[in-house]
Design a protein around this ligand. Sequence first.
Ligand SMILES: [Cu+2]
Length: 119
Amino acid sequence: MHRHPRRYFLKLLAGMTVLAATRGSWAAEAKRVEIRFAAGKPVGADVIRLTQGDTVTFEWQSDTAMDLHLHGYDLEVRLQPGKPVTTPFQAHASGRFPLTSHGAGHGHAALLYIEVHPD
Ligand SMILES: [Cu+2]
């Protein structure tokens, strides 16, 4: 069987370059947004404003266990006390999206809103 090691190597190299570029641009452009809760309530702003097209890393933290749900984007985040969680977020759709808690005793009222404003 005749193989083409050189062609294979070039393909591999191309694949690695794409991966490196993707990771690099995420790290460079991602905006870090901290979202913290104390006793089930947001610490600080209860409206988080983003611009459509933003690439964001949400950094979640809570002192109680919470099951969070970002409506519209259908992002679910499970938090345990003192264990930060990060989630990548691409703000592709504009609008006002409520973040609710599905845990017992919290009801289903919005804890905060994520607003994605058109660019
Ligand atoms: Cu919900």
